[in-house]
Design a protein around this ligand. Structure first.
Ligand code: F6P
Length: 357
């Protein structure tokens, strides 16, 4: 069986361990396994590039962050747009899939990657997806690989910020990745004992936020920690399109929601306020033991699906089991934090403010 593997979208911890598990399963359980790595995500497939891999290439990468194949963002909406010579990227990928004589293509990536995987599958390619992202927003899986490593990193970062905040008596906002989904902010914010957690799924009310900051100091606490998702929005911005919000913020000279909030909170509470953006630190570094184990389970399971000839699917976690979903069922959908979920409500029940009016 000739197998292609690609990693697409933003990197995260876990890509290498998943590839290792796929490869180890295939070399051990599928006759005449031949693996090619496709560099830079769908970019490599569009250009028709592949690298012949050997068993040894997959050794000693269980604990390695990033991806040995490289990755890139290749926007889904551009896949069917004709390029200069009239051919679309989709057509190029289909031709190269054939030229490479692949029997199966594993696509490791997030929501965007899954949309393209579904498209390739609908066009007859034998594709199996694997759910990667620190955002944890892939529909149909309880958890994505890379998420829990990022939770560990963000939690430790907030813990570190807390010592500075406490020493200076400051309010510090920590901006955490997640444009559409607030999973990472919710988990790390609660785990690090943040006083406020602001996520895109619950547009926040500025007065509620300022009251919560003041209440924190009134209780006698020496500092206030606010975990803010990069996609958090004010309730009066909620009806606006993302482009419009970005424009309004740019006009105010503030590029991020954190910058805006820091200004506003400082002005209305008088607290010495600072913001810090964790950025790519959350995606980098080595996978946690939790993710190494999850990746081993997901990768070996996906390879078993290939052995059984089950394509057009993506591996998923359901409760304590590993399962799969049809790519066509999950592509284009997102899994977001339910504002009424037990995790949010339990945090609120002990005083964590999500900024609701
Ligand atoms: O997809 C994960 C993610 O980390 C998002 O949370 C974030 O908005 C985005 O990637 C940023 O990625 P990049 O700057 O690499 O395009």
């Amino acid at each position: 069986m000739k197998i292609g593997i690609l990693t697409s979208g933003g990197d995260c911890a876990g890509l290498n361990p998943v590839m290792r598990a796929i490869a180890k399963f295939c070399y051990l359980n599928i006759k005449n396994t031949e693996i090619v790595g496709i560099p830079d995500g769908y970019g490599g497939l569009i250009r028709g590039e592949s690298v012949c891999m050997h068993e040894a290439d997959f050794e000693n990468i269980l604990n390695q962050g990033g991806t040995i194949l490289g990755t890139a963002r290749t926007p889904f909406k551009m896949m069917t747009v004709p390029e200069e010579d009239g051919e679309t990227r989709l057509e190029r990928m289909l031709a190269n899939y054939k030229k490479m004589q692949l029997d199966c293509l594993f696509t490791l990536g997030g929501a965007g990657t899954h949309k393209t995987a579904a498209l390739l599958s609908a066009e007859g390619c034998r594709v199996i997806g694997l759910p990667k992202t620190i955002d944890n927003d892939i529909y149909g899986t309880d958890v994505t690989f890379g998420f829990h490593t990022a939770v560990d990193v963000a939690t430790e970062a907030i813990d570190r910020v807390r010592t500075t905040a406490a020493s200076h008596g400051r309010t510090i906002l920590v901006e955490i990745m997640g444009n559409k989904a607030g999973w990472l902010t919710t988990y790390s914010g609660i785990a690090a004992g943040a006083d406020l957690v602001l996520i895109p799924e619950i547009p926040f009310h500025l007065d509620t936020v300022c009251d919560a900051v003041e209440r924190t100091y009134r209780k006698g606490k020496s500092c206030c920690i606010i975990a803010v998702a990069e996609g958090a929005i004010l309730d009066d911005e909620a009806a606006k399109k993302k482009k419009e919000r970005t424009f309004i913020r740019a006009e105010r000279g503030e590029t991020t929601v954190t910058a805006h909030l820091a200004e506003e909170i400082g002005a209305c509470t008088g607290a010495e306020t600072r913001g810090t953006v964790l950025g790519y630190i959350q995606r980098g570094g080595d996978p946690s033991p939790y993710d190494r184990l999850l990746c081993t389970r997901l990768g070996s399971y996906a390879a078993k699906l290939a052995k059984e000839g089950r394509f057009g699917v993506t591996a998923a976690v359901s409760g304590s089991a590993i399962t799969f979903n049809a790519l066509s069922d999950i592509a284009g959908k997102y899994k977001l934090v339910d504002p009424d979920s037990e995790i949010v409500r339990s945090a609120e029940s002990i005083g964590v403010c999500f900024g609701r009016k």
